[in-house]
Ligand binder design. Sequence first.
Ligand SMILES: [Zn+2]
Ligand SMILES: [Zn+2]
Length: 337
Amino acid sequence: MYAAILRTHGPIESDPLDYVEVPEPTPGPGEISIDVLACGVCRSNLHMIEGDWLPGTPASLPIIPGHEVVGRVKVLGPGVTNLAVGDRIGVQPIWSTCGLCIHCLTGNEQRCRARQITGETRDGGYAEVMLANAAYAYKIPDGLSDAEAAPLLCPGITAHGSVKKAQLSPGQKIGVFGVGGVGHMVLQMAALTGADVYAVTRSAAHRGLAEELGAKASYVPAGHEGGPVLPDASLDAAIVFAPSDHAVADAIRVVRPGGRVVLGVAQTVGPMDIGDEKTVVGSVLGSRWEMSEVLGLASDGKLRSVHEDFPLSEANLALSRLKSGDLLARAVLIPGA
Ligand SMILES: [Zn+2]
Ligand SMILES: [Zn+2]
């Protein structure tokens, strides 16, 4: 089988992923192998490939990246009874968890310290075939195409978790900072709560997309030209997926005293006035149950995923386009395209 494999970290401009033939993996107990149909391209993949992601990530080299995967079950490993050969399934970043710790036992398995991460501690979906854990595979609803379903497995669940943590009520005002692969889904899910949604982005193309997806209006961050800027303390909450410390500071500025700011990307939180009693909360992924809710929303037509497809052999190109900021939403790799 062919895969886009990372052997040595390097800037994406140096084409660090090698598209080569590698041995096809065989599923162990509780595992399945899948023929990959589509795999989303995540900003965290870019960081891992360039070598500036979380410490200890990837667990080892070489590694096959990719954690937003749709595929068809090819081989069942010993003991797998919940899936059949030919089922179309999805794999999200959480490849497995321990099932025993306080996080796993309280519905927050995404926080499990013993979790395995697809494409970081286990080979991922930038490949024609990959292994998945059968207990962490999701049947993909029939109405969704492979490429539109793939981004639900990471941006979709990530957006869902962040909107829950914003604790919105109907009629509240929320700002969404960053309208990219995740932000375009955050906008839609925030609107489903009945809140009024405002987009904040430097890109005119992204402001257009935001309004098409239900934002009431769109703004530029403070200090930028090209559009209006949100007034101080004008919103109840903000969710930040723009990869910039400036966006975090701006989100804290526009939220009213007592309001909430949800951070979905690792950023520095600058000075805060404690007298304003604002809450800043981090958010990462979500549980298997929440993942099923996201697939249900998309299947019901309440959540749209905007994607741009590339052949798997052009993974370096897709990642370069992500880095340079000229993707409208999510890049998706298609094996055999
Ligand atoms: Zn991702
Ligand atoms: Zn656990």
